[in-house]
Ligand binder design. Sequence first.
Ligand code: HEC
Length: 88
Amino acid sequence: MKATFLTVVFLAAMGTIGFAATADEGAALFEARCTLCHQMPDPAMLNAGQWDAILSVMKKRIEQKGMPQLPDDEIKTIREFLHSHARQ
Ligand code: HEC
């Protein structure tokens, strides 16, 4: 019984740590990739749908500048970060 309880606490803690790592990674990637051409935008200034539109425009801007395209998994992480901090 006690072991089961400890397992639950352990798994809950791992879940929290896992989530925090992903959120930090999103913030770090956003800061690294989205400040190359302009200042860092405020994630709370747009809603989730508007961020999706911006991300596809930014892909074009990166292409136009001849810069290496952001890998899909990085876009996905940045997108998740923006969605979780977006305006409602
Ligand atoms: C290759 C350079 C470049 C990179 C990298 C870049 N942007 Fe931009 N961004 C621009 C330019 C140029 C504009 C000016 C508006 C336009 O041309 O659409 C802009 C404008 C913006 C705007 C304002 C849009 C508006 O309509 O006022 C936002 C928000 C934005 N970028 C977000 C991002 C995010 C998020 C990232 C990271 C995924 C990013 N940008 C990466 C070039 C870039």
